[in-house]
Design a protein around this ligand. Structure first.
Ligand code: PAF
Length: 282
């Protein structure tokens, strides 16, 4: 496994590997079983002859001024072991000053999908995600890229960016990996106190209850949102709901009778941790 930490070395790796299918997994490190599943999925897509590239970079542009950039867990040594064990061929772990020149003057700005869900309470977050993913796509020169569906909005926005900017990259959304009690795996779960950890699976349980109601014929978004809110208030009193939204799974706008794909997404604060999850209804 090659570990590369500067752009010059990455460019020579790309030149040497030109013509070999490259499947890319962008991450911010603090890797867990959810990332391992993404790397294994990438390995499968790449096949034995292809390359799996993983980036490890805590992107300052996607953190707001009061968010956890400085305390975001950095566990490079353990991360490299997990990448190796799950079949990665190349790790790109650049420094922020290499990716972002001090006098950079070009910005990315998403104007629609990022206004909803997480974007409503994290202004600028998805602009930062788009910027780093666009740069990484350019640098890694991948054919495919793999993203987790837990960050449903992120995947929808990257799909939009790939379409709007004509990136020649095929995107793959991978199912969320969960703890045995249903909690979606996240690098931020480590911020939870034992009491918060015990209540956090209520997010998944409430989403499943809403899906059951949907299957039983409840299609009113307000009623589904209320069902989830009530259940969370009862089962997770330590949680503070940021949002519960029923949305069109492609453009994240409110649903109408003709909406083809529907998702319910939720974000709940438990102390310092903001946990997100979602469920696709159709
Ligand atoms: O999902 C993440 O870990 C990050 O948002 C990403 C896509 C690696 C960009 O920094």
């Amino acid at each position: 496994m090659n570990v590369i930490n500067n752009i010059r070395q990455l460019r020579s790796w790309s030149t040497i590997n030109k013509g070999t299918r490259c499947v890319f997994v962008p991450t911010m490190g603090a890797l867990h079983e959810g990332h391992a599943a993404l790397i294994r999925a990438a390995r499968e897509i790449a096949g034995p002859a292809g390359n799996v590239a993983v980036s490890i970079f805590v992107n300052p542009l996607q953190f707001g001024p009061n968010e956890d950039f400085s305390k975001y867990p950095r566990t490079l040594i353990e991360d490299l072991g997990l990448c190796r064990d799950n079949g990665a061929d190349m790790i790109f772990a650049p420094k922020a000053e290499d990716l972002y020149p001090a006098d950079r003057s070009i910005v990315m700005h998403e104007t629609s999908l990022s206004k909803m869900l997480c974007g409503a309470s994290r202004p600028g977050h998805f602009d930062g995600v788009c910027m780093v993913v666009a740069k990484l796509f350019n640098l890694v020169q991948c054919d495919d890229a793999v993203f987790g569906k837990k960050d449903f909005q992120q995947l929808a926005i990257i799909r939009r960016m790939v379409r709007d900017l004509d990136f020649n990259v095929v995107l793959h959304g991978i199912e969320t990996v969960r703890e045995s009690d249903g909690l979606a795996m996240s690098s931020r779960n480590r911020y939870l106190t034992p009491e918060e950890r015990a209540q956090a699976p209520a997010i998944r349980a409430a989403l499943l209850a809403a899906r059951d109601a949907w299957k039983a014929g409840e299609s009113n978004p307000a009623a589904l949102q209320q069902l989830i809110t009530r259940q969370l208030e009862a089962k997770a009193p330590l949680g503070r709901i940021d949002y519960v939204t029923v949305a069109d799974a492609v453009n994240l706008q409110p649903i109408s009778a003709g909406t083809e794909h529907v998702v319910i997404a939720a974000a709940v604060f438990f102390g310092a941790a903001r946990l997100i999850d979602n469920i696709e209804l159709k």
